[in-house]
Design a protein around this ligand. Structure first.
Ligand code: ATP
Ligand code: MG
Length: 360
């Protein structure tokens, strides 16, 4: 009798700028690996929830958007942001409007120096920089609490309140320790700013110490976020899994992407580890309007994003194979300008598809 293959339904939201270009590339590669391996199926539905829609209708998403998204197995997201829409509007009305209600509380950001590419750090070779940053994605500094009074007056006051709950920090911390345990180095660095921030950050340290007791097999160290930036630059090989708050990890992961060679490589996964809701996968970079339409956007971040999505869906073997192939293509020198190459988005995509043909 025929073996029933898994069929995953993917919602794709390319959104703005280079988003559609890299999502097209990502879907082409995903379709290619699915048809080549023939062990699972992928079914894509595209949604035009973007800044143009916002400018025409005043809304990024229809009212039933979340209900629609909940019927999918995963969400593949491009990039949001347009030059003529304030960033806080596009971010809150699209990306965060999905992440927060779908309880995607763990943001996972792997970075490494690919074979064939170069870190701007002198003497940093492939293998010496291989990190995963776990970012708290549901509360902290971006919880949206606060307000403004006396607007426009010299005595105007604005508050931006960070929210840390024991429940929120502990679930994230456990997820981060599990992630560290799944990696060969069994090492986690807990980042805070508990010398200067005496409430939320001290609770964060306490919860980390509590959770650490359940992971005696891991090496755990603690860093203040300022010292962490220097350690990332000076001793990249001394780090593996890193857990930090929403704001701290936001900044550290941009630094990480740059240290790995380009913002055009790294993916990010917004996970609901309970699997009650679909998780969302996206390249770390933004809409990059300066290169939109030029055909030179690096699709590698979206390819790695595709790998992370496949892995989360349960297709770890396919994900690992695809990531190897993407690195092989980089090693052959078929890269976009941000990585020092001269290939176009389409040429890199074609090279990955050809490599899938010849290797799988
Ligand atoms: P956002 O405001 O959402 O962060 P952005 O428009 O500021 O988006 P980023 O994505 O943060 O742009 O990237 C900053 C710069 O890095 C871009 O202007 C672009 O030149 C470059 N860049 C970003 N992504 C890519 C990519 N995939 N390929 C090549 N270059 C990229
Ligand atoms: Mg930016």
């Amino acid at each position: 009798s025929a073996v029933k293959r898994s069929n995953y339904r993917i919602a794709s939201i390319p959104a703005d700028g280079i988003g559609p270009e890299v999502i097209d590339a990502g879907i082409a590669v995903l379709k290619k690996i699915a048809t080549t391996l023939d062990t699972f199926e992928l079914d894509f539905t595209n949604f035009d929830w973007n800044s143009d829609r916002y400018k025409k209708t005043g809304k990024y998403m229809p009212d039933d958007a979340l209900k629609t998204l909940k019927t999918f197995d995963a969400i593949l997201f491009g990039a949001v942001g347009a030059p003529d829409v304030p960033d806080h509007i596009s971010l809150w009305q699209l990306r965060l409007a999905i992440c927060q209600p779908l309880q995607q509380y763990a943001n996972v950001r792997p970075t490494k120096v690919f074979r064939g590419t170069h870190s701007p750090l002198r003497n940093c070779k492939t293998g010496q920089l291989d990190w995963v940053i776990i970012r708290e994605n549901s509360e902290g500094e971006y919880a949206g609490h606060g307000g403004r009074s006396h607007q426009g007056q010299p005595w105007e006051t604005a508050t931006e309140v960070s929210i840390f709950t024991r429940h929120g920090v502990e679930r994230l911390m456990r997820f981060a320790f599990e992630t560290a345990r799944s990696r060969p180095k069994k090492h986690i660095t807990v980042v805070t700013k508990s010398n200067a921030q005496r409430n939320g950050m001290v609770m964060w340290d306490e919860i980390a110490a509590l959770v650490a007791k359940d992971f005696p097999d891991l090496k755990v160290d603690k860093m203040l976020v300022d010292a962490m930036t220097t350690r990332m630059v000076l001793k990249p090989e001394s780090l593996d899994t890193i857990v930090a708050t929403n704001l701290h990890a936001d900044i550290l992961s941009d630094l990480a992407a740059a240290l790995a060679g380009s913002i055009g490589i790294a993916p990010t996964s917004n996970l609901d580890p309970t699997r009650e809701n679909p998780s969302m996968f996206e390249p770390i970079h933004g809409s990059a309007f300066d290169i939109t339409g030029k055909g030179i956007a690096n699709p590698v971040a979206t390819f790695w994003t595709a790998c992370e999505m496949l892995s989360w869906l349960g297709e770890k073997e396919a994900a690992d194979q695809l990531l190897e192939i993407v690195e092989d293509v980089c090693e052959k020198g078929i890269m976009t300008a941000d990585l020092g190459g001269s290939a176009t988005t389409i040429e890199v995509t074609q090279a990955v598809c050809d490599e899938i043909d010849s290797k799988l």
